[in-house]
Ligand binder design. Structure first.
Ligand code: PLP
Length: 331
């Protein structure tokens, strides 16, 4: 099967912000966009994006998971990057319209239609290193995806990195391309050095997140994850799983988690760890690596609570359980 995110629908929804206003949205080919080589984004990384999914239910309906939250986060990222303000109604209708256009192409569960809104500065101006782009482009690209996890996947190996960070601390809550560029070098090095799947960034011993997912620790009836601040991405899957955990009667602890506490708790046989994100859903972590030493999390295998939470989230997304929090937008 094609790699995740490499197959695209032929057309996408596109709008531009020019002369202080948003254009109407239109469908254009997904093959190309036109942009000046001096475009602000290509030099000063004025860009942000989102990732969300549409699911096909058994009754044939198409349902987008937590669209409003992703639209809100994109508006926030755009604001923090000093890009033109997102028109949230325009973006929501672009998402709905393009998904509708390709509703017959939405794969059945465990597949889905991955939706990638993208917003970037287009001013042709290579002297604007310290000035915002007044004009921008916004598009919504679609990519049908299969099951990223596919059941038999081995629990992940994470390198705990006390030194360095994923990105500049004030950028962490912005879903911006530069943050991924910033984390790439360390991740490739961790793969080469210790065969890690990901780095768990822990600046000054504070357990934060990986390059593209949030981290949760599960100890008995308690789920522990870092409290929201500006340094890391406020995952919508994270928020959803914490709500599901609370609904199941678990204790949700959003607080600082130190590397020392993480390793101490991981040594207990019943402890579980996992990564949460739109692509990962909730993917088990089996091994933590620190200073060339390897530590199993609990048994080192996918834990029952991780799989229970993952299943509960999937069942809501797939229309197999009641959507009690109103997370789905039926189109
Ligand atoms: C850095 C980072 N953290 C966390 C997440 C999880 O966010 P969400 O659950 O909204 O997909 C992502 C994206 O998937 C991410 O790129």
């Amino acid at each position: 099967m094609a790699a995740f995110g490499t197959v695209f629908m032929p057309e996408m929804a596109l709008a531009t912000f020019e002369n202080n206003q948003w254009s109407e949205a239109s469908f254009v080919s997904s093959n190309s966009i036109q942009m000046h080589p001096g475009a602000h984004v290509l030099h000063y990384s004025s860009t942000c994006f989102e990732g969300l999914k549409a699911f096909k239910h058994e009754d044939g309906s198409i349902n987008i998971f937590r669209m409003d939250e992703n639209v809100k986060r994109m508006a926030q990222s755009s604001k923090l990057l000093n890009l033109p303000a997102i028109d949230t109604e325009l973006l929501s209708s672009m998402i709905i319209d393009v998904v509708k256009k390709y509703q017959d192409e939405v794969p059945a569960p465990p597949g889905s239609m991955y939706i990638r809104p993208t917003h970037f500065g287009t001013d042709a101006a290579i002297g604007k290193a310290a000035a915002p782009s007044a004009n921008s482009m916004l598009y919504v690209l679609l990519s049908p995806v299969g099951d990223y996890f596919s059941g038999g996947a081995k629990p992940l190996r994470l390198l705990l990195a006390n030194d360095g960070m994923r990105c500049a601390p004030h950028m962490g809550m912005i879903k911006s391309g530069g943050n991924y560029a910033s984390a790439l070098g360390p991740i490739l090095k961790a793969r080469a050095d210790v065969n890690a799947d990901q780095i768990l960034f822990c600046p000054d011993g504070d357990v934060q997140e990986t390059g593209a997912a949030n981290f949760v620790l599960i100890d008995g009836n308690e789920i522990i994850t870092k409290a929201l601040d500006s340094t890391f991405l406020h995952g919508i899957t994270r928020a959803s799983l914490l709500q599901i955990a609370a609904d199941m009667g678990m204790t949700v602890s959003e607080r600082e988690l130190s590397v020392d506490e993480l390793l101490e708790r991981s040594a207990k046989p019943g402890t579980e760890a996992a990564l949460s994100g739109t692509a990962a859903v909730l993917t088990p972590v089996g091994t933590l690596i620190k200073d060339n030493q390897e530590f199993s999390v609990g048994t080192g295998e996918a834990g029952p609570t991780t799989m229970k939470l993952r299943k509960a989230l999937n069942e809501i997304q797939w229309g197999q359980a009641a959507d009690t929090h109103g997370w789905l937008t039926k189109i």
